[in-house]
Design a protein around this ligand. Sequence first.
Ligand code: GLA
Length: 510
Amino acid sequence: MRKRFLFLIIMVIAGTLIAGSQEPKIILTPRPGPEPRINGAKIFGVRPGSPFLFTIPATGKRPMKYDVLNLPAGLRCDPETGQIKGTINKPGEYLTTVMVTNELGSAKREFKVVCGDKLALTPQMGWNSWYVWENHVTDKIMREAADAMVSSGMIDHGYMYINIDDCWSAKPGSTDSTLLVEPRDKNSMINSNRRFPDMKALTDYIHLKGLKAGIYTSPGPFTCAGHTAIYGNEEQDIMRFVQWGFDFLKYDWCSYDNIGRRDTLPDLQKPYLLVSKILKKQKRDIVLNLCQYGMGKVWKWGKEVGGQSWRTADDLGGSFEGIGTALFRDGFDVYSRDSLHLYAGPGGWNDPDYLLLGYLSNWNGKTVPTPLTPNEQYTQVSLWSIVAAPLIFSGDITRLDEFTLSLLTNDEVIEVDQDPLGKPGHRVSKDGNMEVWERQMEDGSYAVGLFNRGENETNVTANWTDLGFSGKQRVRDLWRQKDIGEFKDNFIVMVPGHGVVMTRMWALAE
Ligand code: GLA
């Protein structure tokens, strides 16, 4: 009996050691230097007459001075904060030069403002409350998220949206008194619940920091979590979102099945056409994110019905333990099977759901570290950047460890995601678990991701014939931000299990 007990103890200790010796969290992203560097989007769309807000993302030692040359009439840049604000009335393309200076020097970069009917000229970057706060979200949590977006420095890398997900409106029949408010006022305009005492004050708070605010609703009478949603009050609720000052709307599908149909394409498109038509009439730019999980191959028509992004599959984190499986299934297979890259581009992006890094809800009352291994986390950010997905982090932004922050703030990886050409990447080769994905960049170079979907470390080969290259290429490791060397015909590299080596390749003159 004692022997068996001893054996059990040894097994438990061995198990703990093995678990503890799982992949180390190796930080590859170099820390940003003290010299000024301008990051994030190089192009930004606005509609004529809408309030403009864009904060120049820049790293480097503070204090920093910001200036923009050739800003179109109606816009002004605050030299202390780098916030560009105002309104443009005249449609057109305005090529400006952004300048950022600190005691160590200055940086300069072109920034194009396009005033027309297109928003989201690059994929959205931001934070969403769902996967960490689910149905506990409050005004305080949103304010703290905005604070953390600034204090963590994420804002300096291009992150701009602070988005409330479900659970801000009334929940009829709830036993929680904070959710038991009149769903609508006497003009049928939607009310927020007691956890959000003053939505306008909240968006003012977010805007003052140079960030933008997002909200959520569903085309049916109720949201997925059973809160009041838009059905039958579309005009009033959109007007309310405008009055409250929101800049982003996630529009789900839940409970619409009870009043609408999903049999034909027009059935699937109807609720989205209805809201986007109302949104277009507003003197405020509200980015519309369709969240209907890919039904009817939404990527083929999401843009046509007025969406600026559309979810391509079910919730990536619907099952906490299943996040890794979902990542390797929906992240890779949905994209390659249906050639999703053909449909997205400036103004409309495929959205494979949020970055599930850092601390997440385990759907069981606890906030715990992501179940993704460090290599899987590198894989998610790399794949998302190559396919030009929105980079929306949904872990606890107030509790960012160095590793998670390093995954979210690698400027060379973000540069791939935000490339102004806006051509999403795609898979060019598959050999068992080894996959090579390629994205064409505006400067003529290519981002090339070498992925290993298997569990064991293996060599992955990127062949020039698959990539459409000839001659020599300069190859750079984007996570390490280091050139690897010059290669001819192919590039072969050891890739850890479930991991990636993300590169960028420039053709060299013969
Ligand atoms: C759906 C969406 C999620 C989230 C929840 C909220 O499941 O796909 O992203 O918004 O609803 O209830």
